[in-house]
Design a binder for this molecule. Structure first.
Ligand SMILES: *Cc1c(COP(=O)(O)O)cnc(C)c1O
Length: 479
């Protein structure tokens, strides 16, 4: 050990082993690696503070122990961790967007734990293509000549722009230069894909003439982009797909539409607007459309491209397609989902079931939730009552559109709704809610059957904590 100055406050810190023993005594369930790493990090932080600031007393063992325990717990927690989505937002971006159907997840698990014919043609014994089977199903579903799927929709867009317009120009209306969550900005994506963006029209109005004038000898692609998270109202003009398609044909240019969130089943019957139906966009003249696998499609994270066979072939041959390719688990889940949709088993796909569920059925689930939760709420001095609500679809799907739903509203008398929401979020199985008008809303549209139990447990824990707040341990003398 290097010699240290006698007054060095760092010498007052406990040894790793001693602090680790203190942490283990409080949480025997934590794995040793997490305890050691948590302890090292807490000690490093204390050491840094001691050497930076003058003469603050060294932290007590208990204080260091809680810091280490917190870090160890955070490290050991599985990620992502299960939560209850009580927001009513089916495609909640922060909560993982679309849920997989359990059989789709089972197909992914089988693909992961067994060998499969991923790249083997069982008839000829020769090398096969991992994408062929799922691409055929997707093309059938979309009524398209061909399809392909890559890692996500951002990847699909980058691949399409690079393969069709690398080193050349891509035309996009200024009204469609979107930024969506998670660092997706269209101009930057196009640049990263090695093409030059040519902006067309103005923010609120773009006319066909604007496109015509912008097309030059270097133009390689017309790109139309779905405004996933905003609307333009007032003095506006957009070029509709058929008109744009006519110009694209006239000039011999491909037209790609980035739909973001698109369904491959017609959801109009469920009162959802039509704009998101991919086959209709192809019929209206798009040469290719791309969209996410885990938004309205209802499958795993993926970027799906459907449309003209020659263009899809160009994309599939491009080296970037290899860099963006899907893994076998995702392929299996996607394949199952596509097959279910082809069979018309729409309600087997969780997101589509949630969005299509009649309001009366949502109301019945809210009623069951209320029956379980109200006694716990009353015992904890919360007012509880059912309330009709409106919820967005989420995931950049159908901006401005809201579905009717039912929520159980919980209103604390003695403390803020924000505090209750926070405590529910810190429960053993966290419950994610919305807070409006001084109440915590538990929305029934996105609850799964066994979520009700988890909500009951979370509320019990939250109210017990509020009834008897955790008192800080008395500081322990450190040596
Ligand atoms: C969501 C979205 C994307 C990105 O899709 P990911 O699958 O998240 O990569 C791209 N474009 C639009 C219009 C979107 O809505």
């Amino acid at each position: 050990m290097p010699p240290t100055v006698a007054s060095d406050p760092r010498r007052a810190l406990p040894a790793v082993e001693r602090l680790a023993a203190a942490v283990r005594a409080q949480a025997a369930d934590l794995p040793a690696w997490a305890v050691t790493a948590g302890v090292r990090a807490a000690l490093a932080e204390a050491r840094e503070r001691a050497s930076a600031g003058p003469a603050a007393p060294p932290p007590a063992l208990a204080e260091l122990g809680s810091a280490a325990l917190l870090r160890a717990r955070r490290l050991a927690r599985s990620s992502p961790t299960r939560v209850v989505n009580a927001t009513g937002v089916a495609l909640h971006t922060n909560l993982g967007r679309a849920l997989l159907a359990p059989p789709a997840a089972a197909a992914a698990a089988l693909a992961a734990t067994r060998y499969g014919d991923l790249e083997l043609d069982l008839e000829t014994g020769r090398r096969g293509d991992r994408l062929d089977a799922v691409a055929s199903k997707l093309a059938l579903l979309a009524g398209a000549e061909a399809a392909l799927a890559v890692n996500n929709n951002a990847g699909a867009l980058v691949l399409a722009v690079q393969a069709l317009a690398g080193g050349r120009e891509v035309l996009v209306s200024r009204g469609e230069l979107i930024e969506i969550g998670g660092s997706f900005r269209l101009p930057e994506m196009i640049e990263a894909a090695g093409a030059r963006l040519v902006e067309v029209g103005t923010t609120n109005r773009t006319h066909l003439e604007d496109y015509r004038r912008a097309i030059g000898p270097d133009t390689a692609l017309l790109l139309k982009v779905h405004r996933s998270n905003f609307e333009v109202r007032g003095f506006t003009a957009d070029v509709e797909l058929p008109a744009l398609a006519a110009v694209a044909r006239e000039r011999g240019l491909p037209l790609l539409e980035d739909l973001g969130s698109a369904a491959l089943v017609d959801l109009r019957g469920a009162g959802l607007p039509e704009e998101s139906y991919a086959p209709a966009r192809l019929r209206l003249g798009a040469d290719l459309v791309c969209f996410s696998g885990d938004k309205l499609f209802g499958g795993p994270q993926a970027g799906i491209v459907v449309g003209r066979a020659d263009l899809v072939a160009t994309l599939r041959r491009h080296p970037l397609a290899r860099a963006l390719r899907l893994d076998k688990m995702t392929l299996a889940a996607l394949d199952w989902t596509a097959a279910a949709l082809l069979s018309g088993e729409t309600d087997a796909v969780p997101v589509l079931r949630m969005l299509r569920e009649p309001l009366e059925a949502v109301a019945r689930r809210a009623q069951r939730l209320a029956e379980q939760i109200e006694p716990i709420a009353r015992a904890g001095h919360l007012q509880a009552g059912l309330q009709q609500t409106c919820v967005p679809v989420g995931g950049g799907a159908l901006p401005g559109f809201e579905l009717p739903s039912w929520s159980l509203a919980l209103q604390p008398d003695a403390f803020g709704a924000g505090e209750l929401a926070e405590r529910l979020r810190r429960a053993p199985i966290p419950v994610i809610t919305r807070v409006t008008g001084g109440a915590v809303l538990l929305d029934a549209r996105t609850l799964l059957d066994d979520d009700v139990e988890a909500v009951a447990v979370a509320l019990g824990v939250a109210l017990a904590e509020i009834a008897s707040p955790v008192t800080p341990e008395p500081p322990e003398a450190s040596d």
